[in-house]
Design a protein around this ligand. Sequence first.
Ligand SMILES: Cc1cc2nc3c(=O)[nH]c(=O)nc-3n(C[C@H](O)[C@H](O)[C@H](O)COP(=O)(O)O)c2cc1C
Length: 300
Amino acid sequence: MTGARTSGEPATQDPLATPEGVRRLVTAATAAPSVHNTQPWRFVLSRGTLELHADAPRRLPVIDPRGRSMTISCGAALLNVRLAMLTPGHRPDVRVLAGAAHDSTLLAEIRTGSRVTVPAAERRLYAAIRTCHGNRMPFAARRVPDDVWAALAAAALTEGAELWPVERHAVPELLDLVGRAERRLESDPAYEAELDRWTCERHPQLAVLMTRGDGPATWLRAGQALQRVLLTATDLGVATNLLTQPLDVGDMDRCAAVPRYDTGRRIQAIVRVGYGPRAPSTPRRPVSDVLETAPTDIRG
Ligand SMILES: Cc1cc2nc3c(=O)[nH]c(=O)nc-3n(C[C@H](O)[C@H](O)[C@H](O)COP(=O)(O)O)c2cc1C
């Protein structure tokens, strides 16, 4: 990303009251991961409230018929906004509206809450936004240690989701599903080549992010959980990338290899974790493309 700063704003200033403050929040949002880098979010500043909308024309109709991946992507952006607001000491006051009204693009409203002391761990996650990128290179053979797995699982739980490692014996079945989904969707050959490159790892380490229930509000929550997992991994020096296509074409219903799938939970993302070279950054839409501001709204 081009500039999620860790300072630069007076700690007492309401971040939604100045152009710089709003820009800092939305800059952090735009760094979020999104399905095929579609960046399907839009922000509207209206009377001191920052609205998060899905940019519905950016939904991918074939691979994302229900808007699940689009909403997860927006959830990831929402977590970044929350961290950007929290870091200078303001509690983000978030009202979730995803799914509340049929045909509405409005997913959440964010207001500036009370002053709070910021935990050091949250500051580190905010700092990780800049370097958190999916890594599609093969990872080293080194295993992810238990304490790191525990930290990733705790990150998911903090946001109301669960992260379960996939046992080594079950990984081939899951990868087979991923490969079949890719072929069924006739995805981009370059993307398939990337997949082939890392699936030559001897023992890829995978985890599934799960939620109870399904639907827009759950997807928004899953996106925040996913992003907290990815930022935590980045902070701990662990590389990640996402594989979600089998979820969007429904094949996961047949994947008995996935832990706890038969207990009312839904899989929202498959995450590959490991140790690899630093991932290159990828382009993002500028803030001016994703933020609408009423001229009278900025008081700074
Ligand atoms: C909901 C969602 C689904 C994704 N699915 C995949 C996927 O199936 N395969 C993949 O390689 N990356 C996937 N990604 C990662 C995006 O491709 C990535 O976030 C985007 O290209 C931005 O690149 P970056 O990670 O370098 O910042 C997904 C991301 C999200 C949020």
